[in-house]
Design a protein around this ligand. Sequence first.
Ligand code: HEC
Length: 139
Amino acid sequence: MSIFRSLQTILIFLLFYFIYSFFIYTQEAESIAANKIITPLAYEGRLVFQKYNCISCHQLYGLGGYLGTDLTNVISKKGAYYVSAVIKNGMLKMPNLNVEDKEIIALIEFLSFVDSSGVSPVIEFETEWYGIITPKTKK
Ligand code: HEC
């Protein structure tokens, strides 16, 4: 094989390499959570969550205090009306923190955002004998 042939082959490989890299690096990464931008109201709710120190008793994504429950998916599990009612009035060991109505609306928006961003506790998976991985269903 002549030297020009080898050079030609190398150049063609390089060309394909650059075209391939171009597509890989310019493709938009698909991630539902990462593309989500927190809304101003949800951000306000985050500040309210910090103001009343809800995290001292509750967890988000499994982290926080353990007197109360994990609030990561409370909106989809129990609904916004239930959550507003609990925050407004307190419940058994949950104190009535005198949160203003305006702040509750922001809190609900924040908790909905958290809910859409992940699940807690983290789903466990199991591998079937034939190689398929499925989420463990425990209710
Ligand atoms: C002093 C600790 C404490 C603080 C602070 C606290 N909570 Fe709670 N919360 C609890 C406890 C304990 C419960 C469970 C009540 C029960 O069932 O007896 C609870 C229950 C709840 C529930 C209902 C959960 C469910 O699954 O039924 C929601 C929603 C909630 N709290 C939201 C909040 C928010 C939002 C804040 C901050 C504004 C907050 N809590 C601050 C202790 C606290």
